[in-house]
Ligand binder design. Structure first.
Ligand SMILES: C[S@@+](CC[C@H](N)C(=O)[O-])C[C@H]1O[C@@H](n2cnc3c(N)ncnc32)[C@H](O)[C@@H]1O
Length: 261
């Protein structure tokens, strides 16, 4: 691996396990319990307790990781790559900066963070879904990216205080119940260095006459909260210079914040 690994909190060692397709899990797993996830008529999020290797969370996990990239490609009409490029651009990652993506899924944005931070920088991704992390690790290993992927949830990050310059969240916050968002953001603030930055890109709460026909609503059983509603939550978690706005993609917006230096 080219990149340096992130410093983990002291947790009890766990056995090495493998993904169903034989990809070894490189790290000692930070947590292994059951999880809850949600049923989607279109995409089939599961409503049963997932495999033991998932991290414990009340967030909605995705267990169809092998199809995730293709599905996102289709749902975005082929613009998934451009979406991730814009998120990486908004984060303005500089060479050498340490980066964490929370809810990294298969690592498409994390990979772009590695490209911008460079091979010598610490780049990590966490997701409570063992399947997602299995796919992300396999992709990272194939491309020699040296990204440190962990099975963990935003509300219990397995990293020491002040570990990262930048934390990214792409399309993850809408997977959390409302009461979990402040807890997750407090953890993000804890692991950011003084002066560190948070960037969230996520779906807007649909509004207007055609809202009921929008893809986010159909896929998520009606979104009562969107990225438009996150700025006060980010500010309440102790972030300064909180900004929000639109992206080039009509259904997506961003919120950013900074830890006081
Ligand atoms: C729609 S996917 C986004 C994946 C990736 N960031 C992207 O842009 O493609 C949402 C991800 O959030 C993860 N997730 C759910 N609950 C979470 C939690 N408590 N902490 C971190 N991630 C969580 C899911 O497992 C899933 O991989």
């Amino acid at each position: 691996m080219r990149g340096r690994r992130c410093q983990a909190n002291s947790r009890p060692p766990r056995p090495t396990v493998s993904t169903p397709d034989g990809t070894p899990f490189m790290d000692r797993l930070p947590q292994q319990t059951t999880c809850l996830s949600v049923q989607s008529p279109m995409l089939g999020h599961h409503s049963h307790a997932a495999a033991a290797a998932d991290a414990s969370t009340r967030g909605h996990l995705i267990h169809w990781a092998r199809f995730y990239d293709r599905c996102v490609f289709l749902c975005t009409l082929g613009r998934a790559g451009a979406m991730r490029e814009e998120a990486a651009d908004l984060a303005a990652i500089r060479p050498g900066e340490s980066v964490l993506e929370v809810g990294c899924g298969t690592g498409e944005l994390t990979r772009r963070a590695r490209e911008r931070a460079g091979s010598g920088a610490v780049v990590c991704g966490i997701d409570p879904s063992a399947e997602m992390i299995g796919v992300a690790r396999a992709k990272s290993a194939r491309a020699g990216l040296g990204i440190d992927y962990r099975i963990a949830a935003i509300e219990a990050l397995p990293f020491a205080d002040a570990s990262f310059d930048v934390v990214l969240s792409s399309m993850m916050m809408h997977h959390l119940p409302e009461d979990l968002k402040p807890l997750g953001l407090a953890e993000v603030r804890r692991v950011l260095k003084p002066g560190g930055r948070l960037l969230i890109v996520d779906m807007k709460r649909p509004s207007g006459r055609l809202a009921w026909f929008s893809l986010p609503l159909i896929m998520h059983h009606g979104m009562t909260h969107g990225v438009q509603d996150l700025a006060p939550v980010v500010a309440a978690a102790g972030f300064a210079s909180v900004e929000s706005g639109d992206t080039r993609f009509r259904s997506l917006g961003f919120v950013s914040g900074r830890v006081a230096a």
